[in-house]
Write a protein of this length. Structure first.
Length: 146
């Protein structure tokens, strides 16, 4: 929504329209805020939302280790839920991230260690890459043995 700017008292040129919520004394000229994405520290079991910058390495404010970029569709488990953090650790070390797809969600991600074990067993038996089998919604049943 746009509002008309008040008439200028001085002779300096002013914009004819200003966006709602924009203060003339703002030093940040961008009118739209940049989208934030999630970063995770596995040793601290902490997640942070920060603006994405490809060239900048993020550091955990608690332990000063490098943060892992996990994507904007990430929802962190509770800090005391150690099983969920172990599951997340397996996913991140396999290269699985939580970026939004065309439909808005990142797709299927296993939530328990048993789901991770099931998919990793399938990957070993079938020869499929771990990252690909970890994001499978359903694991195909094993072929019958003769």
């Amino acid at each position: 929504m746009w509002l008309r700017a008040p008439p200028a008292a001085d002779s300096a040129p002013r914009p004819t329209e200003i966006p709602l919520g924009f203060r003339p004394d703002d030093t940040y000229p961008d009118l739209m805020a940049h989208a934030k994405t999630s970063y995770v520290c596995l040793p601290c079991r902490a997640a942070y939302k920060q603006p994405y910058d490809r060239g900048m390495q993020r550091v955990c404010p608690r332990c000063a280790q490098a943060l892992i970029h996990v994507g904007s569709a990430f929802a962190a488990p509770r800090r005391r839920d150690t099983a969920a953090w172990r599951t997340l650790s397996v996913l991140l070390h396999a290269g699985v991230r939580f970026h939004k797809s065309c439909c808005g969600a990142p797709g299927y991600r296993p939530r328990t260690l048993s789901e991770v074990r099931e998919r990793m067993t399938y990957a070993r038996r079938s020869g499929e890459p771990f990252a690909q089998s970890l994001v499978r919604y359903e694991v195909p049943s094993a072929p019958p043995r003769h």
